[in-house]
Design a protein around this ligand. Sequence first.
Ligand SMILES: Nc1ncnc2c1ncn2[C@@H]1O[C@H](COP(=O)(O)OP(=O)(O)OP(=O)(O)O)[C@@H](O)[C@H]1O
Ligand SMILES: Nc1ccn([C@@H]2O[C@H](COP(=O)(O)O)[C@@H](O)[C@H]2O)c(=O)n1
Length: 238
Amino acid sequence: MIVAIDGPSGTGKSSTSKAVAAQLGLSYLDTGAQYRAITWWMLNNGVDVADPDAIAAAAGKPSIVSGTDPLAPAISADGVDASGPIRTPEVTAAVSAVSAVPEVRERITELQRTIAAKAGGGIVVEGRDIGTTVLPDADLKVFLTASAEARAARRNGELKAADGKPVSDLAATQQALAARDKADSSRKTSPLKKADDAVEVDTTELSLEQVVECVVTLVEKAAAGKTGPAGSREKAAR
Ligand SMILES: Nc1ncnc2c1ncn2[C@@H]1O[C@H](COP(=O)(O)OP(=O)(O)OP(=O)(O)O)[C@@H](O)[C@H]1O
Ligand SMILES: Nc1ccn([C@@H]2O[C@H](COP(=O)(O)O)[C@@H](O)[C@H]2O)c(=O)n1
């Protein structure tokens, strides 16, 4: 069972994917963390992240290793735990430029396909291009959305909870999310896009628990279709 969960920033992909994977005993892969880890490595190793040629030349250098336990997600670059530093504002500001470079995408996409192929019991993979490019034959594709206001409010709540300090105003957060989505949607290689056969779930008015319940139901339907009578291997997403 391969589940692809895509969508813009702050729509709940990570929270939903981890909870669904944990509930159903599936592995979990956070592909955004991989792009963040390679960006963090470049920032630490003197690569000019404003220069696509420099990024392309460095794309194959770091070893990026991802854990797939939804209860303990892990990510390292050259053997160094990167799970904290990849969430800094510096990495968030640079990641869209780094992830737009085709050599970076090629490298990370190959890693993602290898991890998915090795996940014997099934996996939930979340990102921006999983249903369209990385795993186009996924058993279920979900595309999460939410209003710009809801996403900004969620992100501010998260930042506040992280260090207890006041965060930037909602309008600034909303602007930052919109800028990242614009960059991710408009790049040439593998942009953020809903796959034609994905189920779109608007989470604006739903609690996280409701979104998880909805996706678990979709996975169960897809699994029933996979193992049902001959010829019934229909995607639940259709
Ligand atoms: N349905 C929901 N209702 C309220 N809050 C939610 C909901 N889903 C997620 N959240 C909260 O919103 C914040 C962002 O969620 P999450 O990190 O899962 O989004 P994301 O789509 O993975 O974002 P990004 O792509 O930027 O990493 C988190 O604090 C999470 O707890
Ligand atoms: N499949 C993906 C996943 C992520 N990206 C890029 O990484 C950035 C960070 O993602 P988060 O989910 O951790 O916020 C994102 O803004 C994209 O630039 C990607 O390109 N493809």
